[in-house]
Ligand binder design. Structure first.
Ligand code: NAD
Length: 251
């Protein structure tokens, strides 16, 4: 079968585990050279790079905190230094602080917004000039069903605000960066990764029951959608929000 991302260079933020790791591996299997960004999980990042290599793919492991401008600049510069261009950016890095609203602090709010929303903004701002010069690029923002009108996903206001902000960022940049660059968001439903560490089993079962398909998401479900949006098959799609949630969060 033809590979859909042959010759492309992709940066996937927060790619040492979970959804980001699945996207990085699927992109590599589709022929892309992939910058695997990590922040703190170096061993897991190395493992992703090793797995890509063992399948015959090419990747580069880069440490960067996406909420820091200097880190983002260094990451993009390393990507260009190694692979010469950037065709695809996936803003996947994200955190959730599982605290009740009334217990949350200024620092919690700042950290969640800084990583989830400002991080995406900084990465877009750094790669956009390259993509505009290349006259082609794809940006994919990993938002969440919590940004949609899904009552049972609205628990953490800082997280929800950051993910809703990513949808605004997606639409605004789709307008600004077209026609050269497409910008789309994916809203995953609850997907089995470490970010769910706080969630009791009974909540997982309830959420699975809220889907039409009676299960939680797999990281490969989200990676498949991100691969489609990065491919030429999605050339006429921009400013859109794709929900990948088994029917939960349907609008
Ligand atoms: P995860 O915790 O397994 O992965 C998050 C990744 O982000 C990790 O690799 C982590 O190291 C990285 N990261 C955190 N802070 C960072 C920083 N400052 N700089 C760079 N990287 C950083 O969680 P996941 O479920 O794979 O989450 C991936 C994305 O999907 C997140 O944006 C999350 O909000 C979103 N999402 C997840 C779910 C879910 O149910 N798993 C649902 C909707 C949306």
């Amino acid at each position: 079968m033809a590979q859909r991302l042959t010759g492309k260079v992709a940066i996937v933020t927060g790619a040492s585990k979970g959804i980001g790791a699945a996207i990085a591996k699927m992109y590599a299997s589709e022929g892309a050279r992939v910058v695997v960004n990590y922040h703190s999980s170096e061993a897991e990042g190395k493992q992703v790079v090793e797995e890509i290599k063992s399948e015959g793919g090419r990747s580069l492991l880069v440490k960067a905190d996406v909420s820091k401008t200097t880190d983002v600049k260094r990451m993009v510069s390393k990507a260009v230094g190694k692979f010469g261009r950037v065709d695809i950016l996936v803003n996947n890095a994200g955190i959730l602080i599982a605290k009740d609203f009334l217990d949350s602090t200024d620092e919690d709010w700042d950290r969640v917004l800084d990583v989830n929303l400002k991080g995406a903004y900084l990465c877009c701002r750094e790669v956009a000039p390259l993509m505009l010069t290349q006259k082609r690029g794809k940006i994919i923002n990993i938002s969440s069903v919590s940004a949609l009108a899904q009552p049972s996903a609205l628990k953490y206001p800082d997280y929800v605000s950051s993910k809703a902000g990513m949808i605004g960022l997606t639409r605004s940049l789709a307008l600004r960066l077209g026609p050269e660059v497409t910008v789309n968001a994916i809203c995953p439903g609850t997907t089995e990764t470490d970010i769910l560490a706080w969630m009791p089993q009974e909540t997982r079962l309830r959420i699975a029951g809220e889907t039409f398909l009676n299960r939680l998401g797999k990281t490969s479900d989200v990676a498949a959608a991100a691969t489609f949006l990065a491919s030429e098959d999605a050339d006429w799609i921009t400013g859109e929000v794709l929900t990948v949630a088994g029917g939960r969060g349907m609008r």
